[in-house]
Every structure is written in structure tokens, then in C-alpha cells.
Write a protein that binds this ligand. Structure first.
Ligand code: FES
Length: 397
């Protein structure tokens, strides 16, 4: 509670000092486009969300995708609607993304005055506001310079790759064909594609873990098992050469080092869908396995999500924590998501400021396709973003 108060006061102080520091400007904003999967804000949006999600063969490859995806989406809608109803009637991801984006943009004006003013935009892959809506808003604002900033800390072609391919489809493909679209094709783009070991991100997760550990009796702090939980991937995606498992593991190692490696830990995977093989062990099975081994104190750490959504509020809190109680475990808890953490908001502002200063259009790692990639759009998308390198000038220090 004391930490929560301190953090809230830090955010207020920061906002006050920034409000006085920000200067009015007629320049179009530097756009920072926060990309994520999104979630239905209301129950009636659930079916369309699921349909878009299952139609994305980069996220969930299915045989006969265009036939099977609508069937699966229709069958799963009532169950998923009930899950969203249980967490308050919709996903809070847009609320948190807007709070994070506003705080980040205010800090960026101070950290990078040469590129101010900055404005956060939201581009969700499967829910509103989608990429096309975001691009229309940017057009109205007269944006000329934009950063595609993934809100997945660790890169996967299923998540960040899919969002970048969608952005390329909406802007780059149309521009290549000389088509007049709602999106401007004169925007200079660059990409922040991964940041899973950034010290600010690592520190903000570690702080939330420390706050949760403090809720256990002092003598058992170092014995609590940290169960880092990330969204799983189909093994067909892993075996294609997707970088995500290694990047999530790197985040876990960095967070453990920041915590002084005092607790035992494991990395486990959640949210498997369908009968095909997915990366494991599954979070639920890991909890059951440790229950059988007589462990009682487990702390679940969402390590690949930056705010609450259904995977934390329903799957972890209502499914797995309940299962653990039924197994007789009394010490299973979940670390709070980053949500409005001022440490996290500062981290994403620092990441964006360093990126603007670097003058780099894309990272060296982004240009490399998976060894097993057969999706031509991946190659064209990477080429298109790399093409901005010559046009992007680093602002004066
Ligand atoms: Fe990884 Fe295409 S699937 S680059």
C-alpha cells in the first residue's frame, strides 16, 4: 500500500512538472503508435474480435483457415463472452494503453524536445481502434513522422510481426501499388520491435514482484517460487524459428538478476488453444505439478503482458488461482500487472526517446526472417520499413 501511494505521488509530481514544462506548438505531432492485440471493450464486440483473431494465420495457423476460423469463432463466442462478463463486461486493455500512452507522450516532450510534441496513438490488431482507424487519426493530425512501437516486450512473428505486416498492408502495399488510401504514404516510419531486457521494463516488473513478495511472511520470502507465465505459441511457430521463447527467457533472466537471484523460478506458458502441440509446460499443469510435490507458495508473474487483460484477470486470477485453492494451496498469488506503474511509463518513454535519438529505422534483428518463414509479406514489410533509414535524420542531441 505504501509503495502504491509513493508511486501515485511520483506520477502526480511528474505530471505537474511536465504540465508546466510543455510548450504550445503548431507542429504536427511525432506519432508513437502503440501496437497490441487489443480486446473487446464490450460483450457484443467479442465475436468479431475472435473472428479476426482466428483468421490471422500468423497468430494461430489452422488448416483451411478461412473455413475453420469462422466456425471456431462462432463456437467459442458464448464461452469467451462469459469470461469477459466475469471481469467486468469487457477488456481494460484500451483504458490502460491510453493511460500509458498519455504518460509516455508527456515525458517524451521533456526527454526529446527536438521531436516534440509527441502524441500516442493506438493500433490494435483484433479490436478497436484498429490500424486503419489509427491511420485516419494520424492523417487528420497531419503526422509526418511516426514510430511503430510494439507493446509486446518480446518479439514474436505471431504478435509484433503480425501487427507490422498489417501496418505494411494498410500503408506500404497500397503505396507500392500507387493507390489513394485513407492512410498517408508520406509518413516517415521507424520501428521499436522489442525491448524485453530494457532496464526500465525489467525494473518495473521487479518492483511489482517485490511488492507481492512482501505479502508473504518474512521467513518465507526467499522460498516463494516465482512462476513466470507468458502466452504460449503453437510448436509449428516455434519450430519455424520464432525468436519469442528465447526473448521471454532473456526477460526472465534479467528480472531474476535484478532481484538478486534469491528465489527459485520457472518459466511456464499459458492460453493454449485447440488440440495441436503448443509450447509448454502449461501454467495450469505447472501449478498442479508443484501441488503434487507439496509446494504451497507460488507467485505468478505475467511477464509478456504490459497491462491487465483476459489472460491475467480471468485465466490467472479466476481459473488458475481457484484451481490452486481447490488443490489445497493457500500461498498462490499473482503479481500486479504494470498498468499505470509510473516506473513502466517512464521506461517506455525512455525507450522511445533513445529510439528517436538513434536515428535508426529498424533494429538489426528485425531484418532477419525466421529460417522457416514462407510468408512473402514478412520480407516485403521488413524491406519497406528498412527503406526509411535514409530518410530519417537523428534529431540534434
Ligand atoms: Fe517469422 Fe515470417 S514468420 S519472419
Amino acid at each position: 500500500m505504501a509503495i502504491r501511494k509513493a508511486v501515485s505521488s511520483l506520477a502526480k509530481q511528474s505530471a505537474r512538472s511536465l504540465a508546466t514544462a510543455a510548450a504550445p506548438s503548431n507542429k504536427p505531432p511525432t506519432a508513437v503508435v502503440l501496437m497490441n492485440m487489443g480486446g473487446p471493450a464490450t460483450l457484443p464486440e467479442t465475436h468479431q474480435f475472435l473472428l479476426d483473431l482466428f483468421m490471422d494465420d500468423q497468430l494461430i495457423p489452422l488448416p483451411f483457415q478461412s473455413v475453420l476460423a469462422p466456425l471456431i469463432a462462432k463456437r467459442r463466442t458464448p464461452k469467451i463472452e462469459k469470461q469477459y462478463a466475469a471481469i467486468g463486461g469487457g477488456s481494460p486493455i484500451l483504458k490502460w494503453t491510453r493511460i500509458q500512452g498519455k504518460g509516455m507522450a508527456e515525458l517524451l516532450d521533456e526527454l526529446s524536445p527536438a521531436t516534440a510534441p509527441h502524441k500516442a496513438y493506438v493500433a490494435f490488431r483484433y479490436a478497436n481502434p484498429k490500424t486503419e482507424t489509427c491511420l485516419e487519426e494520424m492523417k487528420r493530425d497531419g503526422v509526418k513522422r511516426a514510430i511503430a512501437f510494439t507493446q509486446y516486450p518480446q518479439y514474436s512473428c505471431s504478435t509484433t510481426g503480425s501487427s507490422l505486416n498489417e501496418l505494411y498492408r494498410q500503408v506500404g502495399e497500397a503505396a507500392h501499388k500507387g493507390k489513394e488510401t485513407a492512410a498517408q504514404d508520406d509518413i516517415q516510419w521507424s520501428v521499436i520491435d522489442r525491448w524485453g531486457v530494457h532496464p526500465g521494463f525489467v525494473d518495473s516488473v521487479a518492483r511489482n514482484i517485490e511488492a507481492s513478495l512482501a505479502s508473504y511472511p518474512a521467513e518465507s520470502h526467499d522460498k516463494v517460487v516465482l512462476l513466470f507465465s507468458a502466452h504460449s505459441l503453437p510448436m509449428s511457430v516455434v519450430n519455424r524459428g520464432d525468436p519469442y521463447p528465447a526473448e521471454v527467457a532473456a526477460s526472465v533472466s534479467a528480472i531474476m538478476a535484478r532481484l538478486g537471484n534469491r528465489n527459485p523460478y520457472r518459466l511456464v506458458w499459458q492460453s493454449q488453444v485447440g488440440p495441436s502441440a503448443w509450447l509448454g509446460p502449461q501454467t495450469s499443469d505447472a501449478i498442479k505439478g508443484y501441488a503434487k510435490k507439496g509446494l504451497n507458495d507460488l507467485l505468478l508473474v505475467p511477464v509478456a503482458f504490459t497491462s491487465d487483460h483476459i489472460e491475467t484477470l480471468f485465466e490467472l486470477d479466476l481459473e488458475y488461482l481457484e484451481e490452486a485453492k481447490e488443490l489445497g494451496m493457500t500461498g498462490v498469488k499473482r503479481v500486479e500487472s504494470l498498468n499505470d506503474s509510473p516506473y513502466f511509463i517512464r521506461a517506455i518513454a525512455d525507450i522511445a526517446a533513445a529510439h528517436l535519438k538513434s536515428g535508426q529505422a529498424v533494429s538489426a534483428q528485425m531484418g532477419l526472417r525466421c529460417p522457416g518463414c514462407t510468408n512473402e509479406r514478412c520480407g516485403k514489410q521488413k524491406e519497406w520499413f528498412e527503406g526509411f533509414q535514409e530518410k530519417i535524420a537523428a534529431p540534434a542531441a
